[in-house]
Design a protein around this ligand. Sequence first.
Ligand code: BT5
Length: 249
Amino acid sequence: MSSIVWRIEHFDVIDSTNTWVGERALEGAPEGLVAVADFQSAGRGRLDRRWESPPGASLLCSILLRPDVAPDQLQLVVACVALAARAALVRLSGVRPALKWPNDLIVGDAKIAGLLAEIVAVDERLAVVVGIGVNLTHEGPADVVSTSVRAASGVTITAPALLDIVLDELEARRAALDSAEGQVGVRDEYRRALATLGQLVRVERTNDVVVGRAVAVDEFGQLVVLVDGHEVAITVGDVVHVRSHQGES
Ligand code: BT5
């Protein structure tokens, strides 16, 4: 595909940038629409959880993509955005977060950014809203092991500067999504960045807990955990790395 035209809408306050972009997507907004806010009154995480950040302390944004991929390849789309955010943080701050399955960005064990992807429509193409929250100057809520770019690197970067580089990094990966070869490249980059692989993990699902070694990510983005010699594919869950990962890059 040709390069994306980004159209950025800024809000001082909004309920949720994901909600706003999702509504515009249903009205037919083209790929490349981006909402960015200084504060969200109802920022959302996965599974109806809250994403909390004081005003002006984070990059809070949502991006509309309309990739030519099947709905069961959503994870590939989110991975592109997570990898773009990671690469942007490396460029601007020197912090090199790892990914925690499915899409958290972590420094050590501390969450520095979270992503929320929502399929809004399945027409001839998917309409996907990918939201990113990156802690820039404040950590998350007190009960969460989290960090910020400033705490992790000593560098203060602004939300517009980070967004600019995230979109730059996303552009190259977004083009890759449209080809089989490019998709292989995105999968490889995702797996290399994923601290979860090889780890002993505890996966908290809605109705149970799975403990085992994370051995693979399958073609649908599911985490494959080896439990007593049997492979269990995890579609949705919260992962705890039981042992701290050594030598992540
Ligand atoms: C996520 O969910 O990590 C997805 C977060 C996506 C937020 C962005 S901000 C822009 C866009 N608009 C939205 O409304 N959302 C997106 P999940 O993996 O479910 O993690 C949520 C959990 O992270 C919460 O239950 C808290 O425990 C924790 N948390 C909340 N705020 C945090 C913060 N600022 N830093 C670190 N952890 C946080």
